[in-house]
Design a protein around this ligand. Structure first.
Ligand code: SF4
Length: 65
């Protein structure tokens, strides 16, 4: 299973991921981005990779387990 994660210590709340991929990310109550659903479907894999590459602080990652 592929899991999408945001490291809240690295997120600077720039909004890039939330703005570009609102189906994958939202802002939490702490104003840091978080994954709406941690599990990435095949259809969302490309978007997830674009979000990972687009994050200015490399806060987004995904892991497979
Ligand atoms: S792109 Fe990165 S720094 Fe910007 S809101 Fe998303 S996780 Fe945070």
């Amino acid at each position: 299973m592929k899991k999408l994660k945001v490291d809240k210590d690295l997120c600077i709340s720039c909004g890039a991921c939330v703005g570009a991929f609102p189906e994958l990310f939202e802002f939490g109550e702490d104003d840091r981005a978080q994954a709406i659903k941690e599990e990435i479907s095949k259809e969302n894999l490309e978007e997830a990779m674009d979000a990972i590459e687009g994050c200015p602080t490399n806060a987004i990652s995904y892991e497979e387990n």
